[in-house]
Design a protein around this ligand. Structure first.
Ligand SMILES: Cc1cc2nc3c(=O)[nH]c(=O)nc-3n(C[C@H](O)[C@H](O)[C@H](O)COP(=O)(O)OP(=O)(O)OC[C@H]3O[C@@H](n4cnc5c(N)ncnc54)[C@H](O)[C@@H]3O)c2cc1C
Length: 343
């Protein structure tokens, strides 16, 4: 029996009741519609790079998206939900279309990108998305939405984030026919490109620079490197209406819903630096050695180990700053509600 530990990048999680791969949008709709009609629980997943499932697994139908067609028409690129995201970026550049290059190297599928409005180096999915097709499990209808319909209201939020009502079938990105990037605002990326911030660079050079920076931070999947056995950022950057006194020194950024604080800074400054955790438990879980935001499986971790460790970090941050961190990834049949007392 297949387990989630085989299908997710954190490599934890128990057995899958029944696994199906949907090779077309129609197959995806049919599988979900039939399971709903029978009253069976359904979980739709892509690359498992933002998903942690409990050790008891999922007793129902898990549908992996596998429709991977990529179609370019003029400045529009349409992709099936199951296309590997980085293949989409490569195809866009090969077609002479610019815009997606800052999102190079992000694991997972195209269908996963609107779920948490995936972003990197100052570019968000929502800024380049022209439209998407969804299957509405409540009405049984297939609908086409513009980005304004998707609930991209705040950092990493969308209509899809805390709801399994809609299944993303395909997405169309509106790009620019250019080999020149948009102005680069990220200082690290500009430095790597050897240009001042706010200048542009060749799109292919931006891709190479982004992949280099991501590799150094272990944000590109590598099966031999436990720093990448993660979901990327485990904790979401908190968005607050008021910053607690204890967190006065924390950098802050504007967000449509309030003030966004970097969770990585809070974790690091609460006494959990990169690499923290190896002394604890059975040595199966620790923060990435490169940055404090990624909880990583050092080999042999269970979901329970991950949850206990996440609760321990969350409690330490709350004690230090009066801010309670929540997960950025989707937790299915697991939670870190308990106090994180480590053995
Ligand atoms: C090393 C590493 C680096 C990362 N770097 C970044 C980064 O820079 N920026 C960033 O934003 N994220 C990053 N991530 C997180 C992750 O890669 C993205 O969130 C990705 O888009 C998830 O896609 P997926 O196909 O793997 O989704 P999954 O993990 O399979 O699923 C995640 C959620 O989306 C839902 N879902 C998936 N497909 C569909 C669909 N077709 N319709 C409806 N719901 C669906 C699932 O039900 C689940 O709730 C990183 C992760 C890792 C492991």
């Amino acid at each position: 029996m297949t387990t989630f530990s085989e299908l997710t990048t954190m490599r934890v999680g128990g057995p899958i009741g029944e696994l199906a791969r949907a090779r077309s949008a129609q197959e995806l709709v049919d599988l979900v519609r039939d399971a709903d009609a029978e009253g069976r629980p359904v979980l739709v997943m892509g690359g498992g790079s933002n998903l942690v499932v409990g050790d008891q697994g999922f007793d129902g139908l898990v549908v992996q998206t596998a429709a991977a067609d990529i179609d370019v028409r003029g400045e529009f690129l349409t992709v099936g939900a199951g296309a590997a995201w980085d293949d989409v970026v490569v195809a866009s550049l090969a077609a002479g279309l610019g815009g997606l290059e800052p999102l190079s190297g992000i694991p997972g599928t195209a269908g996963g990108t609107p779920v948490q409005n995936v972003g990197a180096y100052g570019t968000l999915t929502s800024e380049l998305l022209h439209s998407l097709t969804v299957y509405d499990r409540a009405s049984g209808e297939v609908e086409t939405w513009g980005p304004e319909h998707c609930g991209f209201v705040s950092h990493r939020q969308s209509a899809f984030k805390h709801s399994d009502r809609w299944v993303v079938l395909d997405l169309t990105f509106g790009l620019r026919r250019t080999t020149k990037s948009a102005p680069i605002h990220f200082a690290d990326l500009a430095a790597r490109l050897d240009i001042p911030t706010r200048q542009t660079a060749p799109t292919t050079a931006v891709r190479t620079a982004v992949l280099g920076l991501r590799s150094e931070r272990r944000m590109v999947l590598d099966p031999d490197d436990h720093d990448t056995w993660s979901v990327g950022s485990f904790f979401i950057n908190p968005v607050l209406t008021e910053v607690p006194e204890k967190a006065a020194a924390c950098p802050r950024y504007p967000d449509p819903a309030g003030i966004k604080l970097p969770a990585g800074w809070l974790i690091d400054h609460a006494g959990f630096p990169p690499g923290y955790g190896r002394r604890f438990g059975r040595g199966t879980v620790a923060l990435s050695s490169k940055h404090a935001l990624a909880v990583t499986n050092r080999g042999g971790a269970t979901t329970a180990d991950i949850m206990t460790f996440a609760a321990h970090v969350r409690d330490g941050v709350e004690k230090a700053f009066d801010i309670r961190l929540g997960p950025e990834c989707d937790l299915v049949n697991c939670a870190f509600d308990e106090t994180g007392a480590l053995a």
